[in-house]
Ligand binder design. Structure first.
Ligand code: ZN
Ligand code: ZN
Length: 154
């Protein structure tokens, strides 16, 4: 499986560390990551409608897995501000958060693209209900999620 990573104007600086972390975590399960450069955000405003952007990604890259780092805050309709979100094949991530939390959120969203669901164990697939929660959860997968990936990869 191939994952394309796109970035917005100011989020290029984050691409290398995120790519490295994703390859380390999911490479063993057959994921290959391709840096795919700058992708223009077709929306105006200080904050971005995450649902619209996910739809846009779904249309533009209907057969590929995509992760897009954006510079502006993401708002999900009826939910509010979010760090990241996924549809079936595409993930969005707001790059303006602390570096180590950003890497965890990237691993979390890509975990969804790899077919993982939320996990209650000491695991990066924990749902982050708060910024504190996001800071405290580990940046790795638990044994249950690892087993699940192994089953999918073989
Ligand atoms: Zn999630
Ligand atoms: Zn887990």
């Amino acid at each position: 499986m191939i994952l394309l990573i796109f970035h917005d104007r100011r989020s290029l600086a984050n691409v290398a560390s995120i790519k490295g972390a994703i390859e380390e975590c999911y490479g063993p399960y057959g994921l290959m990551v391709q840096e795919s450069g700058y992708l223009y955000v077709p929306l105006e405003g200080q904050k971005l409608n995450a649902a619209l952007l996910l739809k846009y990604l779904g249309r533009e890259f209907s057969t590929k897995r995509v992760l897009w780092l954006v510079d502006r805050e993401l708002l999900y309709p009826k939910i509010g501000p979010i760090a990241g979100c996924t549809s079936e094949r595409a993930a969005l991530l707001y790059a303006g958060i602390e570096q180590d939390v950003l890497v965890k959120e990237a691993l979390h969203e890509v975990g969804h693209l790899m077919g993982l669901e939320h996990c209650r164990q000491d695991c990066v697939m924990q749902l982050s209900r708060s910024a504190k929660n996001a800071r405290e959860k580990p940046s790795r997968l638990c044994q249950t999620c690892t087993t699940r990936l192994n089953q999918r990869a073989h």
